[in-house]
Design a protein around this ligand. Structure first.
Ligand code: HEM
Length: 415
């Protein structure tokens, strides 16, 4: 079935396209080849320029004084965007790092930046290892089959991030459900309600939970990340409740669906490429490269957006002031100009200049943590793995934002 450029562009705003890898990548390859900066006017979404080449995504991210995150940092249905705008006018709604630009962004990012430095993350490795072992043990307890996504991979990164924040374990399941409702918003299996008001209700529930946490940590500071946020001073003043709650939300949400999707997608790739699994098993020193390749392969964040504050010429096209661009990370990470044989899964790929964590001032704050979590999990799993195969058909989440597998039925034997 041949695809037109117009249809390919619209696929970027169609959640179901992301549930079908072959359809998505056919559309992205066509855009990269024929219309790398392409104007899309999809049904139900405000229009945008689709940016599909690696070099163009980088150029836009580097020009962060011109291409701003506000007011449209991600693709949402126009009804939801309009509702958010209405709420923002009343001083409500989220204002996280991804909604900000300099100078606010620099100041607010610094609050968490110390916590997430690679060196600080390495000190946390023993704790993360303990949690990874807990989940590999859980696989052993489950017997010889499981749905790896639902029973293992969605829980482990959530446990890591919520324990770093210092939240009680009894709240973890509730936060997992809320995050999935917030991030898996397009998928019928995940969403809570149909209307923008119902989606907004999920957001408000989130904010309410974290506002209480801020108050508790101000009253009784501890050494966890929640205390660092609650008691941070910006220009000598504490963050207001709203900015503090928004900080928790970005960390609690950005920190687990992304990593969980990479771990399940990475395992799926190893099952589908048994030669690569054997290679990694025989040469564990390849693990850091294998982790990068899993991140490139899965690219769990499908897009972020920017809006131009002045006219800008990108290649042959002039992007006008006020127009938005959609940065397609899955496309940049399969760009034939940058990656040798991009559709080959290669655990030894080097160099691997993927853009799955973005680039520039908004570069993923949790990248060092995510890398450790993924590496440590496979370092625990692989030495114990005697065999593994699919036990059913894997399924992807239908979402235009963050996602990957929602089901990965596997059969395995562990020693
Ligand atoms: C931002 C990807 C894991 C926290 C981002 C961005 C991407 C991304 C693409 C936007 C970058 C840009 O606009 O240039 C990923 C991937 C992950 C992952 C692929 C896992 C494999 C995490 C984790 C955390 C985290 C574990 C925290 C615990 C954040 C935060 C931001 C962010 C706070 C906003 C940074 C800012 O706007 O300054 N991430 N992420 N992420 N990520 Fe991650």
């Amino acid at each position: 079935m041949s695809l037109t450029v117009e249809e390919a562009g619209r696929a970027l705003a169609d959640p179901s396209a992301y549930a079908d890898d072959a359809r998505l990548h056919a559309a992205l390859a066509l855009l990269r080849r024929e219309a790398p900066v392409h104007w899309v006017e999809p049904d139900g979404y405000h229009p945008f320029w689709a940016i599909t080449r690696h070099a163009d995504v980088l150029e836009i991210e580097r020009n962060h004084q011109i291409f701003l995150n506000a007011p449209r940092p991600q693709l949402l249905p126009s009804a939801v965007e309009d509702e958010i705008e209405r709420q923002a006018e009343q001083g409500l709604g989220l204002r996280t790092l991804i909604h900000m630009d300099d100078p606010d962004h620099r100041v607010i990012r610094a609050v968490g930046a110390d916590w997430f430095r690679p060196r600080a993350m390495r000190d946390l490795e023993p704790r993360i290892k303990e949690l990874a072992r807990r989940y590999v043990d859980r696989m052993a307890i489950l017997g010889d089959t499981c749905d790896f996504v639902r029973q293992v991979s969605v829980h482990y990164p959530l446990y890591v991030i919520l324990s770093l924040l210092g939240l009680p374990e009894s709240d973890f399941e509730r936060l997992l459900k809320l995050t999935q409702e917030l991030f898996g918003g397009d998928d019928k299996d995940m969403r809570r309600g149909e209307t923008p008001e119902e989606k907004f209700e999920v957001l408000m529930e989130f904010l309410g939970y974290f506002q209480e946490l801020t108050a508790a940590r101000r009253a009784n500071p501890t050494d966890d990340l929640a205390s660092a946020i609650a008691n941070a001073k910006v220009d000598g003043k504490p963050l207001n409740d709203f900015d503090a709650a928004s900080y928790y939300v970005i960390i609690a949400t950005a920190g687990h669906d992304t990593t969980s999707a990479t771990i399940s997608g990475g395992l799926h790739a190893l099952i589908e490429h048994p030669g690569q699994l054997a290679r990694l098993h025989d040469d564990p020193a390849l693990m850091p490269l294998a982790v990068e390749e899993m991140i490139r392969w899965v690219t769990p964040v499908k897009e972020f957006m920017r809006t131009a504050n002045q006219d800008y010429k990108l290649g042959q096209v002039t992007i006008r002031e006020g127009e938005s661009v959609l940065l397609s990370y899955p496309s940049a990470n399969r760009d034939e100009e940058v990656f040798d044989d991009p559709f080959r899964f290669d655990v030894g790929r080097d160099p691997n200049r993927h853009l799955a964590f973005g680039s520039g001032t908004h570069y993923c704050l949790g990248a060092a943590l995510a890398r450790i979590e993924i590496r440590v999990f496979f370092e625990e799993l692989l030495p114990r793995l005697e065999s593994i195969e699919l036990a059913g058909t894997p399924e992807n989440t239908a979402t235009t934002f963050v996602g990957g597998l929602k089901r990965l039925p596997i059969r395995y034997s562990l020693r």
